[in-house]
Design a protein around this ligand. Structure first.
Ligand SMILES: [Fe+2]
Ligand SMILES: [Fe+2]
Length: 295
């Protein structure tokens, strides 16, 4: 077991506080035929004034410290994948050390979120790789257990090295980012080329990119897009950064959009029976992955 405080270094009570806040910002559409509220702008203003101080502080830190140099340094370090080898169950148990297990009601929030996401995908009759994607999409949060602060693990991701889109939540906090003083990073394309494709773009560092590299040899492209970009809300929910995307991105961001409701809106579903589900998911893991993945 890793000896870290449950709130693993940061202003958030726990990592779920960021996701709870996402659900507030992007409420579940009441009617699938009319998913976009006509009051979106008003709601967004309301969102800003009613955001909890802990969440606001979390975004302030994220926007202050996620620079090009920071992202490059984290990639150089973590993408060597030399920290730990984990199978499904050790991974889930390790992730679960992120939480305070003194509260019996929320003793397994990470495991439950992953199983609820996967079970909802399974109920809707989607392919097995999609179900597995639901199960493992947040495994990258183990970054917290490797000592990373919350703002370098979760949070909406955004490109670094080019102008910050208006759609980024609490964008004004990016005015304090040191990259703001680098003119070469502040043009629409910055250090990239128009239409270069998101694969060539550095996103702010977090659990998405990390997990993509852990599984990139084992899953189909749709699954890899879901994992790599599920926190890229400015891109997949708000349509920003289209000028950096290529045809492949435009095709596979549909998969990211299809995945997002399962990530955000399956939380209130009935609690999964972990022991009963375990054999099914062990089989599923073994169908696509070796017994252990390198993190
Ligand atoms: Fe996530
Ligand atoms: Fe998630």
């Amino acid at each position: 077991m890793v000896d870290l405080p449950p709130a693993a270094n940061g202003p958030l009570k726990d990592l779920e506080e960021w996701e709870d806040d996402l659900r507030r910002r992007y409420p579940e559409p009441a009617n699938e035929l009319a998913p976009q509220s006509t009051k979106a702008k008003e709601e967004f203003r309301d969102y800003r004034t009613t955001t909890r101080p802990s969440v606001r502080e979390f975004y302030r830190l994220n926007h202050l410290y996620q620079t090009v140099d920071f992202v490059r340094a984290k990639r150089d370090d973590y993408l060597r994948l030399n920290r730990r080898k984990m199978g499904l169950w050790d991974g889930l148990e390790f992730l679960n050390t992120l939480v305070d297990d003194s509260d019996p009601d929320t003793a397994l929030p990470q495991i439950e979120h992953l199983l609820q996401t996967a079970e909802a995908i399974r109920r809707d009759g989607h392919p097995r790789w999609f179900i597995l994607t639901g199960l493992i999409h947040d495994f990258g949060k183990v970054l917290c257990l490797f000592g990373e602060p919350q703002w370098a693990v979760v949070g909406d991701t955004f490109p670094v090295g080019c102008a910050y889109a208006e759609e980024i939540v609490f964008r004004e906090f990016l005015d304090e980012n040191p990259d703001r003083e680098r003119p070469e990073y502040q043009t629409p394309c910055g250090i990239y080329e128009k239409g270069c494709g998101m694969d060539n773009v550095l996103l702010s560092w977090g659990h998405d990119e990390y997990m993509y590299h852990v599984v990139k040899d084992y899953l189909p492209p749709e699954a890899l897009y879901m994992i790599r970009y599920h926190s890229f809300y400015p891109g997949h929910r708000d349509g920003a950064y289209a000028h950096l995307m290529n045809a492949r991105d435009r095709k596979y961001f549909n998969a990211v959009k299809a995945f997002n409701p399962y990530d955000l809106y399956t939380k209130a579903a009935e609690r999964p029976d972990v022991d009963t589900l375990r054999p099914y998911y062990e089989d599923l893991w073994n169908e696509f992955f070796p017994p252990q993945l390198a993190f």
